[in-house]
Design a protein around this ligand. Structure first.
Ligand code: SF4
Length: 448
């Protein structure tokens, strides 16, 4: 049975050092009991206490890893129902389906789109994560060939989809070293699939006909020593599938019901024939609470918004996305190139640097550490003011890189120009445009 906050507290060091980012050991114990903290955040817990606390410390939804190397995907590990409570930690994997009954061209097209549909956004690369390879024919040889092709042509994490253990074995022969997710164990094949999962050390998905079925299966498998499990409730109606996702998350978090304490897999590809509607359904599972979302195909118009929505939802709301402070060279600037200064809010940095690039005027961009706040917010919070910006410019070393003495500040921070001039001595502070879209025109007119 899970420990209470007080029981956990008795096992903690009780020094209230605050290193766990919670002011007291008691508060930390309460968070741990509520599944909102991780034991690893306290560096001072004794080994004996760790052993006793292992149960309470485990996240209510077990983290499961699929794949290897750079493309290794971690799902599960969530500790909250709502993103505003803390944060969601492991974004769901997005998979594209290929089957052994598709024509070569169809398969090649999907694999090609898997490889090429990548998007840069605020310094991150957004893309799909997995290829789900499904045996429709029931032919082990055909399945193995398709799995081998997928493995050789992509670095994707792989989902092996068959309920026939002998076909699964053929798929594992081709890619067990890639640590695929085996989908799926059912009531009928659970023993055979469990044996394969144990031998190959690969995670195993269970498919039930409702959550009672799923709970029975996961209980059986965990008693058998398997813990890396992914859940499919079996629902293919949109409403029922959503209800199941919520029920699983609430059961695991609020009731600490262990048989449902695993990440889930959802199949929008089996819920509609319309690709646009499929993306909409997928976005629902990204928000609530899919661990993997399988799509029938990847097209930019559906994938890009889905990836953005995933990025937004899985960004920590308590930590603004920030770029490192310092000097950024754009377009190979020299000693006569303009110097611009901005805040380190990622979106601001990427928009401003993008507009400078568009202008084709080489420039120096000095990014000031504003703790991830945008220019106007940082100014209002006293983090983008004359003395701070001035000190940052001096420390950055930009004064040794240019022969002129001019710096361009954002139009929205015009109010700091006087203080900044005072701080910089003989430098001219020029007020740039308010909107970044006007930077190219501004820079074309700029003279050292
Ligand atoms: Fe207590 Fe450990 Fe947190 Fe320090 S880091 S306050 S010892 S729980």
């Amino acid at each position: 049975m899970a420990l209470t906050g007080i029981q956990i507290y008795k096992l903690l060091p009780k020094t209230n050092c605050g290193e766990c980012e919670v002011p007291t050991c008691l508060a930390f114990a309460m968070s741990l009991a509520a599944g909102k903290a991780e034991l690893a955040s306290c560096p001072y817990v004794s080994e004996e206490a760790k052993a006793e606390l292992a149960d309470a410390a485990a996240p209510p939804i077990r983290p499961v890893e699929i794949g290897t190397g750079e493309r290794k995907l971690k799902i599960g590990g969530e500790t909250v129902l709502f993103r505003h409570e803390k944060t969601f930690v492991n974004p769901p994997g997005i998979a594209v389906l290929v089957t052994d009954e598709m024509g070569d061209e169809d398969v090649a097209g999907r694999l090609e789109r898997f490889k090429t549909l990548e998007y840069e956004r605020v310094g991150l690369t957004l893309r799909a994560d997995l290829v789900a390879v499904k045996s429709v024919s029931g032919d082990g040889g055909k399945f193995e060939t398709l799995v081998t092709k997928t493995k050789n042509e992509t670095d994707a994490g792989i989902i092996l989809m068959t309920e026939d253990a002998s076909v699964m074995e053929a798929g594992l022969k081709a890619c067990a070293d890639r640590k695929p997710l085996m989908y799926a164990a059912t009531k009928e094949n659970a023993d055979a699939m469990a044996a394969l999962a144990k031998d190959s050390k690969c995670p195993l998905a269970v498919k039930g006909n409702g959550l009672d079925d799923v709970s029975e299966l996961t209980t059986k498998l965990t008693e058998d020593g398997l813990n890396d499990i992914v859940i499919d409730s079996g629902a293919r109606g949109i409403r029922k599938a959503l209800e199941d996702q919520i029920f699983i998350r609430r059961g695991a978090l609020l009731k600490k019901y262990k048989p449902l304490g695993f990440p889930t897999i959802a199949f929008p590809c089996e819920m509609t024939d319309d690709l646009m509607q499929e993306s909409l359904i997928a976005s629902m599972f990204v928000a609530k609470y899919g661990g993997i979302v399988v799509l029938s195909d990847l097209q930019g118009y559906g994938l890009f918004p889905l990836l953005l929505s995933r990025m937004d939802i899985y960004t920590d709301p308590q930590r603004p996305m920030a770029t490192s402070a310092g000097i950024y060279e754009i377009g190979g600037p020299n000693e006569n190139s303009p110097v611009l200064v901005t805040s380190n809010f990622s979106l601001t940095y990427f928009i401003v640097s993008g507009e400078i690039e568009t202008s084709r005027v080489p420039a120096w961009l000095v990014v000031v550490d504003t703790e991830g706040l945008s220019v106007l917010t940082a100014w209002a919070a006293g983090k983008f003011v004359g003395d701070i910006v001035g000190t940052s410019l001096k420390k950055s070393g930009i004064m040794d890189k240019v022969s002129h003495k001019k710096v361009v500040i954002p139009g929205y921070a015009a109010a700091i120009s006087g203080d900044l001039e005072e701080e910089l001595g003989d430098w001219d502070v020029l007020v740039g445009p308010r909107e970044s879209a006007h930077i190219p025109a501004y820079l074309k007119e700029w003279k050292a």
